[in-house]
Design a protein around this ligand. Structure first.
Ligand SMILES: C[S@@+](CC[C@H](N)C(=O)[O-])C[C@H]1O[C@@H](n2cnc3c(N)ncnc32)[C@H](O)[C@@H]1O
Length: 487
């Protein structure tokens, strides 16, 4: 019964946003073995097929400092911002934004509360803008919001305390309670969405009612992207069978089990028990594996009972056992070393990878994987490390790391996920650069060219299939796609 009610509400929401598909939808809401309700497939869904499109019920700035400040109308960042002249104390970049219709209602609402920040704009009001915007939802939209899951806890709703401390006229209790509920619903369900502003992308948070019904799996069967109006597109990353649950990931595919489960418990209030989390070898990826503490042993340590947060760890070769608190210390020391490295130049990161990290952890470990990803994204794409600046060795390293990570995606069985599209494109670009240089040197041209071309063609095809509509994809890939479609 409850599932029918929420299905009807979702259909209404999609209709209001012109997103209903004449009754031929490929999802239904059902009870999930994972937790609460979930979305399920009405039919077999092939890889790459669109599962649903959703529009945000409410969208706005994220709350962390690193994502702020921004103009609350056009979402421009890194430009001069001034407080809205009409007295709402939100940051604005131009008169056009200040006078825009979209800003009217929230501006009036805030003016009535009399912000106390004087002649500057207020970071506290900016942080609370999403729950403030939710006050403008109509009854039907509020009903839908109230059906979405939320968790209580002191970490949810601090935006409202900050908002209250920044206004003279206090809001009424019903408004406050509703906004606190919005904060909790956002923390459980919101997506990191994006606005394209000129050449750059601003990260925002959005509440997508359909997306909010998707449960988490550490090897999800979908990937998603957004269009310029922040609509969410969910497509199949691996084949989904009729009646199978449609899942997504709330964490990072390349994190190890300990990290993923800790993050999910802290932010989404559950301990994941999926097959990847249950397997000490994580589908054979060995992302969490550590080197054996015995000097003379070349084995690796893995968790004996990965679902038990106080599990002992055991060396697969010599049987040495370490207590969980010893593992916590090793991981925390590793964390500090890596934290320092991520602010260094790609050259320093590379040196660290080769000389230090390889001694500390096995090559499969999540820390090594994270460093590889950082190095890949710097080489060829950052100042002083553009393609033409790279040495042949650096290009070869980038090629190797891309291949390692594509193999990891295969091992994890993550299918045609976004990460596969991104790394395929990086490998394609690296091979093109290597090939260009080889061509200039005029050695072994014929053989290597034909080999590289076949592989490059496949990599580019994969990247395009996965990323062609994704506004956050590398700009050079999107220009390539738009060039192809114009021809
Ligand atoms: C975005 S909601 C997903 C839909 C939710 N199950 C519902 O009934 O509305 C996220 C919440 O669902 C639950 N959940 C999602 N994935 C889960 C999983 N793999 N295992 C256990 N609980 C999960 C958790 O309570 C989580 O905070």
């Amino acid at each position: 019964m409850e599932q029918q009610v929420i299905t009807d509400m979702l259909n209404l929401h999609l209709e209001r946003n012109n997103l209903s598909k004449d009754g031929s939808r490929s999802w239904f809401v059902g009870g999930s073995l994972l937790g609460g309700r979930g979305l399920f497939a009405t039919t077999d869904i092939a890889v790459g097929e669109l599962v649903f499109v959703d529009a945000p019920l409410v969208v706005g700035p994220r709350t962390r400092d690193k994502h702020l400040p921004l103009c609350i109308v056009c979402y421009k960042t890194g430009c001069p911002l001034f407080p809205c002249d009409k007295g709402c104390s939100l940051p604005i970049c131009s008169s056009a934004c200040e006078l825009s219709v979209e800003h009217d209602a929230e501006c009036s609402l805030l003016q009535a509360w009399k912000p106390t920040c004087g002649s500057s704009w207020s970071i506290n009001l900016l942080r609370a803008l999403v729950p403030i915007r939710a006050l403008l939802l109509d009854e039907q939209q509020r009903d839908l919001l109230y059906t979405l899951q939320w968790h209580s806890g002191p970490q949810h709703g601090s935006e409202i305390d900050l908002l209250k401390s920044s206004i003279k006229i206090q809001m009424n209790q019903i408004e406050e309670q509703f906004m606190r509920r919005v904060c909790a619903v956002m923390d459980t369900n919101s997506f990191e969405t994006a606005a394209i502003v000129g050449e750059s992308v601003t990260s925002l948070r959005g509440l997508y009612p359909m997306g909010a019904l998707q449960n988490h799996c550490c090897t999800p069967n979908t990937r998603h992207y957004y269009d310029s109006q922040q609509r969410l597109y969910v497509t199949a990353a691996i084949p989904i069978k009729k009646n199978e649950e449609i899942t997504m990931t709330y964490t990072d595919l390349f994190w190890d089990t300990t990290l993923r489960r800790r993050h999910l418990a802290a932010t989404k209030h559950f301990f994941c028990t999926c097959s990847r989390c249950t397997d000490p070898l994580e589908n054979g990826s060995l992302l969490g594996a550590l080197r054996c503490a015995r000097k003379e042993c070349s084995g690796i340590l893995v968790a004996v009972e990965p679902l038990d947060t106080s599990t002992v760890w055991e060396c697969r070769e010599c049987g040495l056992r370490l207590k969980n608190r010893q593992i916590i210390s090793i991981r925390s020391a590793l964390g500090s070393i890596v934290e320092e490295m991520i602010y260094k130049s790609p050259k320093q990161m590379l040196r660290f990878m080769k000389s230090e990290l390889s001694v500390l952890v096995p090559a499969t470990n999540y820390v090594a994987v994270d460093m590889k990803l950082r190095i890949i994204s710097c080489l060829g794409r950052t100042e002083k490390f553009l393609w033409e600046d790279l040495t042949k060795d650096e290009l070869s390293i980038k090629e190797k790391y891309c291949r390692d990570l594509l193999r990891l995606i295969e091992t994890l069985k993550c299918g045609e996920c976004k990460m596969k599209g991104l790394i395929s494109y990086e490998l394609y670009s690296t091979l093109m650069e290597l090939n260009k240089r080889q061509f200039n040197e005029e050695t072994n041209i014929e053989k290597s060219e034909s080999q590289v071309n076949e592989e490059s063609k496949n990599l580019l095809e994969t990247a395009i299939l996965i990323l062609q509509n994704d506004l956050t994809a590398p700009k050079d890939l999107l220009s390539l796609v738009s060039g192809m479609t114009k021809k």
